[in-house]
Write a protein that binds this ligand. Structure first.
Ligand code: PNS
Length: 163
């Protein structure tokens, strides 16, 4: 069985992420989308909230499983017997960072964890979780960036922060 992991912060998941999830799910028997529990960052959404959003957004894709992890991706991959990581590339600016992570993971895993890059669909190439949060923070329209149920939760978060 060909398994892959799509790791990320997903704070929050955008249409760009969803596009990569859908396309990667067609390439593997099982795609595990795993949310990094990064203690060093202060996210807008908790890991549990991010997992819930991803579960809701992917509920109609049977071979997608949502999970979370802490620590190194190579450790998580080894524990789950996964040998491929999937990442999206939006532009050349992503490349240097992604190449470094991919090469680090290959080195750390003794070649057991490879990375497959999918180029983001052009319509989402401008999108990032940070951009979505900034637009929402300033009351801009994020309906083109995230599903409606996610937009609602982002707006609620900022409303709460402001009150
Ligand atoms: O969505 P992001 O924040 O760009 O995802 C980055 C992620 C989660 C893929 C990367 O930071 C990661 O895998 N972190 C886990 C720690 C790790 O394995 N580090 C070694 C590679 S530099």
């Amino acid at each position: 069985m060909k398994k892959a992991v799509y790791p990320g912060s997903f704070d929050p998941m955008t249409y760009g992420h969803l596009d990569i999830i859908k396309r990667a799910s067609e390439m593997f028997d099982e795609l595990v989308v795993s949310v990094l529990n990064n203690q060093g960052k202060t996210p807008l959404f908790s890991v549990e909230e991010r997992v819930k959003i991803l579960k809701e957004a992917t509920k109609d894709i049977p071979n997608v499983r949502i999970d979370s992890f802490s620590g190194l991706l190579v450790q998580y991959a080894e524990k789950n017997d996964i040998h491929v990581a999937v990442r999206g590339l939006r532009a050349i600016t992503d490349f240097e960072y992604e190449l470094q992570i991919a090469q680090t993971n290959r080195k750390l895993s003794d070649g057991k964890l490879d990375t497959v890059f999918l180029t983001t669909s052009l319509e989402y190439s401008y999108l990032s979780s940070s951009v979505v949060k900034e637009i929402a923070y300033f009351d801009g329209d994020i309906s083109q960036c995230v599903p409606d149920f996610v937009a609602k939760q982002i707006i609620e978060k900022y409303d709460k922060k402001r009150s």
